[in-house]
Write a protein that binds this ligand. Structure first.
Ligand SMILES: [Zn+2]
Length: 267
């Protein structure tokens, strides 16, 4: 696992599509013309108020991607291209979405902010190319076994180990959810196996798909413990920006969450 920036990573997925033992990373977009801009805006409008951001992100990418992981997807019908997008990991999707914004409207993002140090208002002037990205070149880093500090009673066993992978985007797509529901979906997609072997065992874990009801039984304490591993596996951009406070005599670094929602990003 390596931390880069959008500028370094360019048009390469942070994780990529696993094919024949290697990670296929390159992607390209069609040119973002006025016609494209109008077509996307019209379609996003048609989703109506309150449409989930995940649906808008999927649509933008499905509309703009012409090559994904070295495969030409421009001739695929919409439904098949959607499936390609849904199969990508969460981190890869958010990465490609940020790059779509860079390609179409440039890397600068501006929004009103207040300096936490001098408490004066200023216009946050951020550069998307400076966003940090967690990447890997090694396919074996796409799964991880994590020992649990307390057993998790699930599927009729007292689980002591879980097998994790990057959460596929499709799990989170199309549902309007609360943050807690979103977190549950992330875990449902990330946990692909459990067993009751000794912690530290070298034995492989049998893969079992988790249902939402299984995830509901996960102790919150274990969620906190697994959080770092789940985030690392998902890779992709850290959705935050840092700039310097422009006020005289301050100039201190200010970090803010990236306002990546479609309306503030493409509007
Ligand atoms: Zn300041």
């Amino acid at each position: 696992v390596e931390t880069k920036t959008l500028k370094d990573q360019g048009y390469n997925l942070p994780l990529g599509l696993l094919k024949d033992g290697s990670l296929r990373k390159p992607f390209t977009f069609k040119p973002y013309t006025m016609a494209e801009d109008k077509a996307i805006a019209r379609r996003i409008d048609s989703f109506g108020d309150g449409a989930p951001e995940s649906v808008k992100v999927s649509f933008v990418l499905s509309q703009l991607l012409i090559n994904l992981g070295g495969e030409d997807v421009s001739e695929l019908e919409q439904g098949k291209r959607d499936l390609k997008v849904f199969g990508l990991g969460f981190g890869d999707i958010m990465y490609a979405y940020l790059m779509a914004r860079v390609e179409s409207l440039g890397p600068e993002v501006r929004f009103p902010s207040v300096c936490p140090w001098c408490e004066q208002a200023f216009t946050f002037d951020g550069d998307l190319l400076s966003v940090e990205v967690l990447t890997t070149e090694d396919p074996t880093e796409l799964t991880k076994v994590v020992d649990l500090s307390v057993p998790w009673k699930v599927r009729g066993i007292s689980a002591t180990r879980v097998l994790l992978r990057p959460t596929p985007w499709g799990i989170c797509h199309g549902k309007s959810v609360t943050p807690a529901e979103f977190q549950a979906q992330m875990y449902q997609g990330a946990i692909i196996g459990v067993d009751d072997k000794d912690p530290g065992s070298e034995d492989p874990i049998t893969e079992i798909a988790m249902s939402p009801l299984d995830i509901d039984t996960l102790p919150k304490r274990l969620v906190n413990e697994l959080d770092g591993a789940v985030n690392d596996l998902n890779g992709g951009p850290r959705l935050r920006l840092t700039t310097k406070c422009p006020h005289d005599g301050c100039g201190r670094p200010v970090t803010r969450p990236l306002p990546w929602g479609f309306d503030s990003f493409f509007g």
